[in-house]
Design a binder for this molecule. Structure first.
Ligand SMILES: CC(C)(COP(=O)(O)OP(=O)(O)OC[C@H]1O[C@@H](n2cnc3c(N)ncnc32)[C@H](O)[C@@H]1OP(=O)(O)O)[C@@H](O)C(=O)NCCC(=O)NCCS
Length: 190
């Protein structure tokens, strides 16, 4: 799998590396960064970062740092993670920025660049989940080509509504499933 980063006018997108852990644990435990998401404690933030590293070994356009080229600062992330949707592990696209980087077109610039890379690699349909009140996120989704598909509910809870959006990747096709992940821990067979 190629490890070359993508650059745009203002940004660098590259796979996460172990040296990014402290920055992502800082971000994942920050209330403002995690708005419209679950704020994590140090242990679960480390687990989330482990997952980023793991998925980035399997998918070229996995969640990865969005780096400000001018300063070298990690402003947030975009790319895919894995989500269990109706009992199947699918790829799900996400984006998140520090508050000081919002309102400047950064998310659209980063997401559009990485989606273009995904278009070159895979064919299928990409999922994205956005809470109905999250208009800034919906605006990004609209601009990069996601369409509303249906309303679903986190954990099946009717009070926890979420909009499900989809976008054709490459020539399109079936919903993009997560690649099988290597088994964690020791496996015993008799
Ligand atoms: C959702 C989120 C990633 C959007 O980031 P963003 O960079 O502000 O989004 P955009 O790329 O749409 O940029 C916002 C505005 O900057 C404006 N802008 C300012 N300077 C710009 C420039 N140089 N180039 C392009 N747009 C610019 C754009 O006009 C855009 O407004 P628009 O919607 O009217 O087009 C950000 O608000 C965030 O991190 N929110 C919290 C986390 C979250 O909710 N994540 C999603 C969970 S589903």
């Amino acid at each position: 799998m190629g490890r070359v980063g993508l650059t745009t006018d203002r940004l660098l997108l590259r796979h996460p590396v172990e040296a990014d852990r402290a920055r992502f644990v800082e971000l994942f435990t920050d209330e403002e960064f995690m708005v419209f998401g679950a704020q994590l404690n140090t242990a679960s933030a480390n687990g989330r970062f482990d997952e980023m590293l793991e998925v980035s070994n399997l998918v070229e356009y996995a969640k990865q740092p969005i780096v400000d080229r001018a300063s070298g600062t990690i402003l947030g992330y975009t790319g895919v993670g894995v989500i269990d949707f109706d009992g199947v592990d699918y790829l799900e696209w996400g984006w998140r920025l520090v508050a000081s980087a919002r309102g400047k077109g950064v998310a659209t610039e980063a997401v559009a660049a990485l989606l273009t890379r995904a278009d070159e690699i895979d064919d299928g349909k990409m999922l994205c989940f956005i809470e109905p009140a999250n208009t800034p996120s919906r605006s990004v989704a609209d601009k990069v080509g996601f369409d509303w598909w249906k309303r679903a509910h986190w954990g099946g809870d009717p009070k926890e509504a979420v909009d499900v959006l989809v976008r054709a990747v490459g020539v399109g096709g079936a919903l993009l499933q997560a690649p099988p992940r290597p088994a964690m821990g020791r496996k015993i067979e008799s």
